[in-house]
Ligand binder design. Structure first.
Ligand code: PMP
Length: 318
């Protein structure tokens, strides 16, 4: 499940994207074949979702958090970054509007100019793309396989950065799992602890408590943080720690979470079937609470007020 990889067609003749300050037709937009990003995977990106709320508005979920992470990813990679979060959020809402999109997947990419040397660039470029993403069907449980690939070692990469090159690892793991008839992979870290999916974070449930890998060797997911917030609101006990595959295979239930994946339960991991009926799990409660949160109503602030003043958490029914 590469982030956003669910759609067969990403754009058509009418599609508009935001390219370095202008709105242009995707079909006519050009990308430099000599870009350092294409040759070396040297770019940073985000995967964001917008939702049609229950009151019919378009809401970009956790827009500030995503654009702040984009900025931090660029900083980690020594890429110049001269945009503000507010201006990019505004450009994203405008991109959605021009493409008549509400339930969408949004993909900003910050990329590099021509440069085949390994030195720091003086310039960066940005593109924001959006495509349709259907409401998620949360009932299909995943059959997961432990990957033969490990996550990249944080001593080789800034693992908290969402850099394009890191995703070669994700592609290899996902392709391997699918070739073997599974829905998705689970990657371990370089110490052999359970880490994450190719494009999502991991939780397991045991005795009503939710456990997730500690930060350090994984992408610090915004959905992971949201799940922890929801657990706090719903009085569900949580723990962040390193744990082994053996421990994971004693869990009652488990799920992946990410912007694209949302919250998706697991049926099995390798030969191990998670014993708890998904509909009776605390994990299922979180899946429902997440769905309710992302489609909860919210209003854009009046013009002139900071967009990042928007409320990000709303009440959740137990
Ligand atoms: N881990 C990896 C490797 C990812 O690509 C993603 C998707 N961005 C996640 C975790 C989940 O992150 P988020 O919840 O911020 O989408």
């Amino acid at each position: 499940m590469g982030d956003g990889g669910f759609m067969a067609s990403y754009y058509n003749n009418e599609t508009i994207l935001f390219l370095n300050g202008e709105f242009v037709k995707a079909a006519e937009a050009k990308m430099d074949f000599y870009s350092q990003s294409l040759h070396y995977g040297y770019s940073v990106f985000e995967g964001i979702r917008s939702y049609k709320t229950v009151t019919g508005e378009t809401k970009i979920f956790k827009a500030v958090e995503h654009y702040e992470r984009l900025k931090n990813s660029a900083a980690a990679m020594n890429m110049p970054y001269h945009w503000t979060t507010d201006e990019l959020i505004e450009a994203t809402y405008e991109t959605l509007k021009r493409n008549k999109l509400q339930d969408a997947y949004i993909r900003p990419v910050v990329y590099a100019p021509q440069n085949m040397k390994f030195d720091v660039n003086e310039q960066s470029f940005i593109v924001i793309e959006a495509w349709e993403m259907q409401p998620f069907l949360g009932d299909k449980l995943l059959r997961v396989m432990t990957s033969s690939f490990q996550r990249p070692n944080p001593k080789a990469f800034y693992i908290h950065a969402k850099a394009a090159g890191h995703y070669v690892n994700s592609i290899l793991a996902s392709q391997e799992a699918k070739a073997k008839g599974y829905d998705e992979a689970l990657l371990l870290d370089m110490n052999g602890y359970a880490a994450e999916a190719p494009g999502a974070n991991l939780f397991y449930e045991k005795g009503g408590k939710l456990v997730t890998p500690a930060l350090g060797n994984i992408l610090p997911g915004i959905t992971r943080a949201t799940v922890l917030e929801l657990c706090n609101e719903l009085n569900i006990e949580t723990e962040e720690k390193f744990f082994t595959l053996d421990e994971l295979k004693t869990a009652d239930a488990a799920f992946y979470c990410g912007t694209a994946a949302e919250v998706i339960g697991m049926k099995s991991l390798d030969e191990y079937e998670f014993p708890l009926e998904w509909n009776n799990s605390v994990s299922r409660k979180i899946q429902l609470a997440y769905k309710e949160l992302v489609t909860a109503p919210f209003r854009l602030p009046p013009k002139g007020e900071a967009i990042n003043a928007q409320p990000l958490l709303i009440e959740v029914n137990d």
